[in-house]
Design a protein around this ligand. Structure first.
Ligand SMILES: [Zn+2]
Length: 163
């Protein structure tokens, strides 16, 4: 451990330091000056006393506490003023922004399907898209109108109802 890290404890009298530390302090003027600075700061802090709150502090504090207890609850809006509520709201916003920003990575499937294909007039749209299906229906209007053909197919005659 560095000698300088031990200086606050040595200055406070909590640690006298190993003989190596004492030898270093005796020979190194830089560390000795630091130790002297710590000792002066701590001596100054020892002189500092808490200011006197005044003779009526306890009485006024008691009155304030009784005032707050007697006040009716402010309803759900008082949660808005709580620091915890603000932190929670901020955390929710950050999580929401992260989810929205990384939705392609988090939900790979649906985002791809949401890609909008703009049909070019005059060209046939790709099959499977809404425009392509509408064009296929329009082109094969006569065939789809004759649904008796589809009824006669009976491809899956063992299926009687939807699952
Ligand atoms: Zn030193």
């Amino acid at each position: 451990m560095q000698v300088r890290e031990l200086l606050p404890d040595v200055a406070a009298g909590m640690d006298q330091g190993t003989p190596d530390v004492q030898t270093h302090l005796a020979s190194c003027s830089s560390c000795a000056a630091k130790l002297q600075g710590f000792r002066q700061t701590m001596a100054l802090l020892d002189q500092w006393g808490a200011p006197d709150p005044g003779p009526y502090f306890d009485t006024r504090l008691g009155a304030r506490i009784r005032e707050e207890k007697a006040r009716p609850a402010a309803g759900w809006l008082h949660w808005l003023r709580q620091p915890a509520f603000g932190l929670s709201a901020a955390a929710l916003m950050i999580v929401g922004a992260l989810v929205i920003g990384n939705r392609d990575m988090l939900f790979p499937g649906p985002a791809q399907e949401l890609a909008i294909v703009i049909p070019v007039p005059g060209l046939p749209a790709a099959p499977g898209t809404a425009v392509g299906d509408l064009q296929a229906l329009e082109k094969n209007d006569d065939l789809y109108a004759d649904f008796d053909v589809l009824d006669e197919l009976q491809v899956q005659n063992d299926v009687t109802a939807n699952p």
